[in-house]
Design a binder for this molecule. Structure first.
Ligand code: 5GP
Length: 190
């Protein structure tokens, strides 16, 4: 998506050869009108595929997931990264290694928000090593729900996330695919 690539070029900061900072419009401050366009674009890709729920991981996936869910007219479910006092019984949990924080967390979901008939669209901000999405898939597989695919804003295509997910039969859609990045610039794949 050209508009997203342009915005990344203008505002993205390459913190290291593998970390991109887009805090001015995605991860810290959010541009709602622009985010709505991005969420809609993901929804349109999966339109007509029988999606009954959009699922995301707190916190940066929430904004695009909400707009995608709105466009598809379905609920959005937020997977939690920590144990909550309010989430004690009947939860599904799995451990995930965090890419940016180099720690792990317990991905947690109340069982009642996913039914065996659900067909789920996963949405997240970034796809890097595919650990977060694979964790979400592990939770979904504890039920009989099915997965329509994964939609992300930014895929770092030089990292193995897409291969990991496609290897599990998951359809991956990214609005911007970064082929490489360094201090000289950010290079997108078609
Ligand atoms: P993965 O699980 O695919 O390795 O990493 C995906 C998660 O890590 C995303 O949910 C995102 O929050 C975070 N992430 C991975 N790479 C980057 C990056 O380059 N920049 C930012 N801001 N977040 C990232």
């Amino acid at each position: 998506m050209k508009a997203l690539e342009d915005r990344i070029q203008q505002e993205g900061l390459v913190l290291s050869p593998s970390i991109l900072k887009v805090d001015s419009f995605i991860n810290h401050q959010v541009d709602p009108a622009f985010m709505q366009l991005l969420g809609r674009e993901i929804a349109r890709h999966f339109q007509g595929k029988g999606v009954t729920k959009v699922m995301t991981i707190e916190s940066s996936g929430i904004a695009p997931a909400l707009f995608a869910a709105m466009e598809l007219g379905v609920p959005m479910v937020i997977l939690k990264k920590q144990n909550s006092e309010l989430l004690k019984t009947d939860v599904l949990q799995t451990e995930v290694v965090s890419y940016t924080k180099e720690t792990s967390y317990l991905l947690t979901m109340a069982r009642k928000y996913i039914s065996d008939e659900d067909h789920i669209l996963l949405v997240d901000d970034f796809l890097a090593n595919g650990e977060a999405a694979t964790g979400a898939l592990r939770l979904i597989r504890k039920t009989h729900a099915t997965v329509a695919g994964l939609g992300v804003l930014i895929e770092k295509a030089f990292q193995p996330g897409r291969a990991k997910l496609e290897g599990q039969g998951i359809s991956v859609f990214a609005l911007a695919r970064i082929g490489s990045m360094d201090e000289s610039g950010i290079h997108f794949l078609p």
